[in-house]
Design a protein around this ligand. Structure first.
Ligand SMILES: Nc1ncnc2c1ncn2[C@@H]1O[C@H](COP(=O)(O)OP(=O)(O)OP(=O)(O)O)[C@@H](O)[C@H]1O
Ligand SMILES: [Mg+2]
Length: 295
C-alpha cells in the first residue's frame, strides 16, 4: 500500500474493473478498465447512457458497492496517493468521513424517514467540530442555507416526507457538505426533479461547491447538465471511458462518434423537450465490437 503523498492528485483511478453478480452463476463486467483523475477543487463530469457504468464507478470510488463477496474490484483507487482497493471497511469509513460525500438520485432511499432532517444533517458533521448544542444547531442551519433552503429552522424540524422532492435533494446537499468533504460525488442528483427545480438545485450545488472549494464528480446521462458545471468530462460507454477532455472542447468538437451522438440527443432534447435519442444502429454495433474486444 503506497502512503499518502502531497503531490498526488486528490483522486486517481487506474484500470478500474468492477464485476457484479447478476444471478447465482452470472455476473456483469459493469466497469472495464476506467482511468480517471480529479484534482483539488476540480469539477469533473461523467456522462453516458443508461447502463454505461457511471453509478458503479461512482460507488466504487465512494466505497459504496454492494458488500457481497462476489463483487470483484480490480485496479487502483487512490486518495492523495493512498490505495483503497482491497482496503478494510474501516479505512473506507474514514475516507467517507473525511474526504468523500455521495449524493444520490433518490433522496428517500438515503434519508432516514423517522428522523428530523436537522438531526440528519447534524449527524454528518465530523466529530470534534461544532462542539455543543448551540454551535451544532447553528452549523446545521448554515449548511441548510448553503444548500439553498431558506427558513432553515423550520426545515430542520421537518421529517423527509414533509418536504418536496427539490427540498429533499437540497437536504442531501446539506448532509454532503456538512462533512466538509474534499470530493462530492453527485450521481444524477436532479434527474427525479422537474426541469425548473432541477435547474435551481444544480445552481445551488454549483454555488456551494465553488464556495467551499470542494472537488465535484457530477454523474449524468446528459451532457447539457454537466456543460456549465464542470471543467472536464469523461464519456462512458459499456464500462469504458471513450473520450475525455475539457468540457468545452468535448462539447464543441467531440472526437468520438458516440459523444457526437450523445450531443445530438441533447440538442433534440432542448429543441422539443422530449428525449428522442436513439443511437444509430451501425454505431451501436461498432461500439459493441469495440467493447467486447476488451482484454
Ligand atoms: N447492484 C447491482 N448488481 C448487479 N448489476 C448491477 C448493479 N448495479 C448496476 N449493475 C449493472 O452494471 C452495469 C452498469 O450500471 P450503472 O448503474 O453503473 O449504469 P449507469 O451508467 O449509472 O446507468 P443510469 O444512467 O441508468 O444510472 C449495468 O449493466 C447494470 O445493470
Ligand atoms: Mg446510474
Amino acid at each position: 500500500m503506497s502512503g499518502s503523498r502531497e503531490d498526488a492528485p486528490l483522486l486517481s483511478v487506474e484500470g478500474l474493473h468492477v464485476a457484479l453478480p447478476t444471478g447465482e452463476r452470472s455476473e456483469v463486467d459493469a466497469v472495464r478498465g476506467v482511468d480517471l483523475v480529479i484534482g483539488d477543487g476540480e469539477r469533473v463530469g461523467v456522462v453516458g447512457e443508461s447502463g454505461s457504468g457511471k453509478s458503479v464507478t461512482g460507488r466504487a470510488i465512494a466505497g459504496l458497492l454492494p458488500t457481497s463477496p462476489r463483487v470483484r474490484v480490480h485496479g487502483s483507487i487512490r486518495f492523495a496517493g493512498t490505495e483503497m482497493v482491497g482496503a478494510p471497511p474501516a479505512a473506507w469509513d474514514e475516507i467517507r468521513r473525511k474526504r468523500v460525500s455521495m449524493i444520490f438520485q433518490d433522496p428517500l432511499t438515503f434519508l432516514n424517514p423517522t428522523m428530523r432532517v436537522g438531526r440528519q444533517v447534524a449527524e454528518s458533521i465530523p466529530a470534534g467540530r461544532e462542539r455543543g448544542n448551540v454551535a451544532r444547531t447553528q452549523a446545521v442551519h448554515r449548511f441548510l442555507e448553503q444548500a439553498g433552503l431558506e427558513q432553515a429552522d423550520a426545515i430542520a424540524a421537518k421529517f423527509p416526507h414533509e418536504l418536496s422532492g427539490g427540498m429533499r435533494q437540497r437536504v442531501l446537499i446539506a448532509i454532503a457538505i456538512a462533512k466538509l468533504p474534499r470530493l462530492i460525488i453527485a450521481d444524477e442528483p436532479t434527474t427525479a426533479l422537474d426541469a425548473t427545480v432541477q435547474q435551481r438545485v444544480l445552481r445551488t450545488l454549483d454555488a456551494t461547491v465553488s464556495e467551499l472549494g470542494t472537488s465535484l464528480m457530477l454523474i449524468s446521462h446528459d451532457l447539457a447538465v454537466v456543460a456549465g458545471m464542470t471543467d472536464r468530462v469523461y464519456v462512458m460507454y459499456g464500462g469504458r471511458i471513450l473520450e475525455e477532455g475539457r468540457t468545452e472542447r468535448v462539447l464543441q468538437e467531440p472526437r468520438h462518434p458516440y459523444t457526437q451522438a450523445l450531443l445530438r440527443s441533447v440538442r433534440s432534447l432542448t429543441d422539443d423537450g422530449v428525449e428522442l435519442y436513439s443511437m444509430p444502429p451501425e454505431l451501436r454495433r461498432a461500439l459493441a465490437a469495440e467493447v467486447t474486444d476488451a482484454p
